[in-house]
Design a protein around this ligand. Structure first.
Ligand code: PLP
Length: 396
């Protein structure tokens, strides 16, 4: 019975290839870290992982994961509310709340689930969600699952946000939702201004800290630290899959009543398995490390400043950023692909993005800096960009 659908799918896949949008996956045969090995035997320096603090292959996290395997076993075989909660889960939730200065935390299998399960239990048709136009796909899907009225404002544009707040003013509850750092430009949401508008129009704020937690702010506490509004955001979602070790797991943290209600009603929490103890224990270790020292943040910020400075001096056009995402603007889609593959030949692994992932005519190469990079990695990257950039006429 598959025949008709098979034909349809083959055509669909051919169309994707023809449009040049087919996503090929490179196969890594080493741990995730600054220098990685591909199955082709090629060794490259990785500048496209979300491994911002270089923790993906950190010995202390590996040890914590192994220890938990011994004390708590492998899998939980249960959702949290039946028999899937260990002492480790409760400890990690508390550590996350301490880190962000919130009251309580609920863990999910991924931030995609945290965002997917946050809106529907809290808001209904009487309410308004006012969402940034460049918010992550998981926020968009979460909003779709909720009956609240939808309002959309232009990316980080405060006039546009104010218009939408005015349009939503009759609604019972209003929730402004934004990414902390937007993954394509690396720009930070203007949380201070969002906070002012939220106060003026009696709205709440939710921020997704996936690309900002661990990275942004002097001690890595995220955008609430950067804008000095710690404790003033109502809901924070985040991931353990980026700066915080890179394994898997997501969370929502905020006011205790919100978290309590999510434990009762949030569907990805109620109907999906518990995160394994090994990952949870590594998470606990990771937050302990974060509270002991800001060494990794210091190195990341130093690395980012160094890279940006040198790249600008070489003549590249780079979007202003306070995150660890550096968008090297090329504008031309084809050029972004050619340049990324030439850089790979030089041993630098970066990705070129173009329409529809970013707006038409705004193709770029995204470089993600990590505390796991040493000066020699950064210099090699800058040299390769300079060489290839000259070859392709991007810089003089
Ligand atoms: C990566 C990301 C997510 C998804 O995180 P996972 O834990 O991998 O599901 C959600 N929101 C934003 C803004 C992200 O960058």
């Amino acid at each position: 019975m598959y025949g008709k659908m098979q034909e349809f799918l083959q055509k669909e896949l051919a169309d994707i290839r023809e449009a040049g949008l087919y996503k090929e996956e490179r196969v890594i045969v080493s741990p995730q870290q600054a220098e990685i090995k591909l199955n082709t035997g090629k060794e490259v320096i990785n500048f496209c992982a979300n491994n911002y603090l270089g923790l993906s292959n950190h010995p202390k996290l590996i040890q914590a994961a192994k220890d938990a395997m011994d004390t708590h076993g492998f899998g939980m075989s249960s959702v949290r509310f039946i028999c899937g909660t260990t002492d480790l889960h409760k400890t990690l939730e508390q550590k996350i709340a301490e880190f962000f200065g919130t009251e309580d935390t609920i863990l999910y299998a991924a931030a995609f689930d945290a965002n997917g399960g946050v809106f529907e239990p809290l808001l209904n048709e009487q309410d308004a969600i006012i969402s940034d136009s460049l918010n992550h796909a998981s926020i968009i899907d979460g909003v779709r699952l909720c009956k609240a009225q939808r309002f959309r404002y232009e990316n980080a544009n405060m006039e546009s946000l104010e218009e939408q707040l005015i349009a939503a003013k009759e609604c019972r509850f209003k929730l402004i939702v934004t990414d902390g750092v937007f993954s394509m430009d690396g720009n930070v949401a203007p949380m201070d201004k969002i906070n002012e508008l939220a106060k003026k129009y009696d709205a709440m704020i939710m921020v997704d800290e996936c690309h900002s937690a661990g990275v942004v702010g002097q001690t890595g506490r995220g955008v609430t630290e950067l804008f000095n509004i710690r404790g003033e955001v109502d809901i924070i979602t985040g991931t353990l899959g980026k700066a915080f070790g890179g394994a898997i797991g997501g969370f929502t943290t905020g006011h205790k009543e919100i978290i309590q209600l999510l434990r009762q009603r949030s569907r990805p929490y109620l109907f999906s398995n518990s995160v394994l103890p090994a990952v949870v224990n590594a998470g606990i270790k990771m937050f302990d490390m974060m509270s002991e020292t800001t060494e990794l943040q210091d190195k990341l910020h130093e690395n980012t400043d160094y890279f940006l400075g040198k790249m600008k001096a070489a003549g590249f056009d780079i979007k202003p950023t306070k995150s660890a995402i550096c968008a090297v603007m090329l504008y031309d889609a084809k050029l972004s692909q050619v340049m990324a593959s030439k850089l790979l030949e030089e041993g630098i692994y970066v990705i070129g993005f173009y329409y529809p992932v970013v707006a038409k005519g705004l193709a770029r190469i995204r470089v993600q800096i990590s505390a796991g990079h040493d000066r020699k990695h950064l210099d090699k990257c800058i040299d390769a960009f300079t060489k290839v950039g000259k070859e392709l006429g991007v810089i003089k």
